[in-house]
Design a protein around this ligand. Structure first.
Ligand code: PXG
Length: 285
């Protein structure tokens, strides 16, 4: 059976899963999304993802036409229908089909899409040896323009930085905020380790409040590691002992070089390795 995609209450074969060209999600990037993983058939922190989806939708004045419980059920049903145990889930809520023109009032019904599939974001080798990244010149969206806390279908800000990374031969790129502080990578949050302390930019640096980020902070505290959410600048990353990125897709991945500076001894460090192990254990609980 071809992969089944859920769109607003119905299932479609992958090749027939389509939305209108008048959907404002396509025309204007008017919509919200979530990217999640399932481990052993169970979605990791599903409730947190749904709450973030609802918050993103509320922030753009979009009413999701079902309850969180019903969407959770639909996610689990779609995974089961496709026989996916360890997989990737993309939830998309679009404004729906409307007339041309920005006015969201002229859209009929928001579309709720669930794609369950498999992804391997980076090759295994990069998890073992670490990533080399660069700082993009494209700054992260200003929070007062379009808050990075909203996981909207407008990802061009991140894509512009991703292109800069790719052109420099890197699969990820660091983004700074308008103040020049470290914000996050194009699809991941960033952590550094300095003198045994775990440091990461605060939410008000203008970042997505990552669910993997939250899990790592919690695991670090359980491991009695000191954690601080404090503003960081690029030199803090340059002189860090360790650096790693977190995200639902990437999970936990070490960074060993940034802007041609070697981080620590150029190998994934002990804190990164320990937290990675703890994270994988957590996903199996
Ligand atoms: N920052 C940004 C800008 C993101 O897009 C994260 C941080 C990490 O958040 P979570 O909650 O996932 O820990 C993200 C999430 C993809 C993909 O298809 C990207 C993300 C998540 C899932 C899939 O590239 N980014």
């Amino acid at each position: 059976m071809p992969l089944q995609i859920y769109i607003s209450g119905k299932y479609y074969d992958k090749e027939n899963a389509k939305v209108s060209v008048y959907d404002h999600g396509l025309l204007y990037g008017d919509g919200v999304f979530e990217g999640m993983r399932s481990y052993g058939g169970k979605v990791f922190r599903l409730k947190a993802h749904l709450e973030r989806l609802w918050d993103s939708a509320k922030a753009i004045w979009l009413a999701i036409p079902m309850t969180q419980e019903a969407l959770a059920q639909a996610v689990n049903d779609t995974l089961a229908k496709n026989g996916i145990k360890d997989g990737y889930i993309r939830l998309v809520v679009t404004r729906g089909a409307g007339a041309l023109g920005l006015d969201p009032n002229r859209c009929s019904d928001p579309q709720v899409i669930i794609i369950t599939d498999h992804i391997q974001l980076y090759p295994k080798e990069l998890y073992e040896n670490g990533l080399t990244i660069v700082t993009a010149s494209t700054i992260r969206n200003h929070s007062a323009a379009l808050s990075p806390r909203i996981k909207s279908l407008n990802y061009l800000n991140n894509i512009m930085a991703k292109i800069e990374g790719l052109q420099a031969g890197c699969v990820e790129a660091l983004m700074l905020n308008a103040k020049g502080e470290v914000a996050e990578c194009t699809g991941d949050n960033i952590f550094i380790v300095k003198r045994g302390k775990l440091l990461t930019p605060p939410i008000d640096a203008g970042i997505l409040e990552g669910i993997t980020r939250d899990a790592i902070i919690q695991l670090a505290r359980e491991a009695k590691l000191e954690v601080a959410e404090i503003p960081l600048v690029r030199p803090d990353v340059y002189v860090a002992d360790e650096c790693f990125l977190t995200g639902s897709a990437a999970e936990v991945i070490p960074v060993i070089k940034i802007d041609s500076r070697t981080i620590g001894d150029g190998k994934p460090g002990p804190v990164t390795k320990d937290l990675t192990k703890r994270f994988h254990q957590l996903t199996r609980e």
